[in-house]
Design a protein around this ligand. Structure first.
Ligand code: CAA
Length: 380
C-alpha cells in the first residue's frame, strides 16, 4: 500500500493552503459576522480550477482526482468552512452528478459553465417534511407532455440564492414511492421560483442557505436527468460522493482547530511552564491528533475507492460520520485548551466549533450514516 501523494496532488494541496492562509484568513471573521457571501473568493477559486476539480477537461473541468479534492477541501475548511461547503456542493453534488449521469446536451449546456465556476449550482432534495426521510418527496413534477410542472418547497438549500443552476428532485409517480422520483436541471430564473430569506445560521454563516418555492414552474422534458423514475437513485449516488466532500470539510475544521490549539498550548504559560508541558493538555492534543489522522485516512480511502471506480456507499458514510463527529469533539477541546480566549471570536476556535456542528447534520446526519453502515452489516 502506498501512502505517498503524487507531485500533482501535493501541488494542489499547496495551492489550496496558500490561498486559504493568504486570502481567506483576511476577511473570514468579518464575512461570518455579517453573513456575507464570499463572492470574491468563489471567483478566485474558480480561476484556480477548484469549482470543477474532478470534471474532465473536455467539459472545462480540472481533471483532478478525488484524493486531490480531499486535500484541497481540508486546506480550505481549516480556514473557512463556508467557502468549503460552497466548493463541496458545486464539485460533488452538482458537477459530479451532471458529469456522471447527464446526457451530452445537458453537459454542454449546464456542466461546462459550472465546471468553469462561471456559475454555481445547488442540490435541492430536502423539504420541510422530508429531511432524513428523503424518499417522501412532496414536491411534485407533473408530466405535461413536453414539459414537467413543478410545485412544492425545498428547504436548507446551500447556494440557494447565489446558484444559477438547480438540481431538483421531485415526485412524478407517487404510487411508485422512491421509484417515482425524478431529478431535473432547473434554471433559477425560471418563472414561478421564489427564494426565501437567508437563514440566520449558528455557523457557516457566509454560505447562503435558503428555502426555495416552486409554483407551476415549467421544466422542459429534456432537463430530466436519466430515465423516468431514476431521481432517487441519482440523489443517493450523488450524496455518496458528496459525503466525501463534507467528510473532508469536517476533517479540515478539526485540523484547523487542532493547529490553533497546539500553537496556543506552546505559547501560553501557566504554573511556570508552557501549558503543553502539562500532561492533562498534552494528552488532549494527543487524542485529537489520533482522531484527525483516523478521519483523514477514512476520507482518503473513500476518495481512492471512488477514483478506482469501486463502491463507496459504506466508505463515504464511515468517513462522513467519523470526521463530523470527531470535528465536534476536537473543536470543543480546542476551545477548552484556549480557556477564556477560546470563547471569543478573534481566536477562531469558537467559530470552528459552530461550523463543526453542521457537518453532523447536513448531507445526511451522523445517524443516517449509521443507518447506511449498519444496513450493510445486516446484508453481509
Ligand atoms: N445506491 C443505490 N440505490 C440506493 C441507495 C444507494 N446508495 N440508497 C438507497 N437506494 C435504493 C434502495 O435500494 C431502494 O430501492 P428498492 O426499493 O428497489 O429496494 C430505494 O433506493 C429506497 O431506499 P431505502 O428503502 O433504503 O429508503 P429509506 O427510506 O430506508 O431511506 C436513506 C434510505 C439512506 C435513509 C435515505 O433516505 C437517505 O440517504 N437520507 C438522507 C438524505 C440526505 O442525505 N439528505 C441531505 C440533503 S442534501 C444536503 O444537505 C446538501 C447541502 O445543501 C449541503
Amino acid at each position: 500500500m502506498n501512502f505517498e501523494f503524487t507531485e500533482e496532488q501535493l501541488m494542489i494541496q499547496q495551492a489550496a493552503r496558500d490561498y486559504a492562509q493568504r486570502e481567506l484568513i483576511q476577511d473570514v471573521l468579518e464575512r461570518e459576522e455579517k453573513a456575507e457571501f464570499p463572492a470574491r473568493h468563489v471567483k478566485n477559486l474558480a480561476e484556480l480550477g477548484f469549482l470543477g476539480m474532478m470534471v474532465p477537461p473536455e467539459y472545462d473541468g480540472g481533471g483532478m482526482d478525488s484524493v486531490s479534492y480531499v486535500l484541497a477541501m481540508e486546506e480550505i475548511a481549516k480556514v473557512d468552512a463556508s467557502v468549503a461547503v460552497i466548493m463541496s456542493v458545486n464539485n460533488s453534488l452538482v458537477c459530479f452528478g451532471l458529469n456522471k449521469y447527464a446526457n451530452e446536451e445537458q453537459k454542454q449546456k449546464y456542466l461546462k459553465p459550472l465546471a468553469r465556476g462561471e456559475v454555481i449550482g445547488a442540490f435541492l432534495l430536502s423539504e420541510p417534511e422530508a429531511g432524513s426521510d428523503a424518499t417522501h418527496q412532496y414536491t411534485s413534477a407533473e408530466d405535461k407532455g413536453d414539459y414537467y410542472l413543478l410545485n412544492g418547497t425545498k428547504n436548507w438549500i446551500t447556494n440557494g440564492s447565489s446558484a444559477s443552476t438547480y438540481i431538483v428532485m421531485a415526485q412524478t409517480h407517487p404510487e411508485k414511492r422512491s421509484h417515482g422520483i425524478n431529478a431535473f436541471i432547473v434554471e433559477k430564473d425560471s418563472p414561478g421560483i421564489t427564494v426565501g430569506p437567508h437563514e440566520n445560521k449558528m455557523g457557516m454563516r457566509s454560505s447562503d442557505t435558503h428555502s426555495v418555492m416552486f409554483t407551476d414552474v415549467k421544466v422542459p422534458k429534456e432537463n430530466r436527468i436519466g430515465d423516468d423514475g431514476f431521481g432517487f437513485i441519482f440523489a443517493m449516488k450523488v450524496l455518496e460522493a458528496g459525503r466525501i466532500g463534507i467528510a473532508s470539510q469536517a476533517l479540515g475544521i478539526a485540523s484547523g482547530a487542532f493547529e490553533r490549539a497546539t500553537s496556543y498550548a506552546k505559547e501560553r504559560k501557566a504554573f511556570g511552564t508552557e501549558i503543553i508541558n502539562h500532561q492533562s493538555l498534552a494528552f488532549k492534543l494527543s487524542d485529537m491528533a489520533v482522531k484527525i489522522e483516523n478521519a483523514r485516512n477514512l476520507c482518503l480511502k473513500a476518495a481512492w475507492l471512488k477514483d478506482n471506480h469501486k463502491p463507496i456507499t459504506v466508505a463515504s458514510a464511515m468517513a462522513k460520520q467519523y470526521a463530523a463527529d470527531i470535528a465536534m469533539e476536537v473543536t470543543t477541546e480546542a476551545v477548552q485548551i484556549h480557556g477564556g480566549y477560546g470563547y471569543v471570536k478573534e481566536y477562531h476556535v469558537e467559530r470552528l466549533m459552530r461550523e463543526a456542528k453542521l457537518t453532523q447534520i447536513y448531507e445526511g446526519t451522523s445517524e443516517i450514516q449509521k443507518i447506511i453502515i449498519s444496513r450493510s452489516l445486516i446484508k453481509s
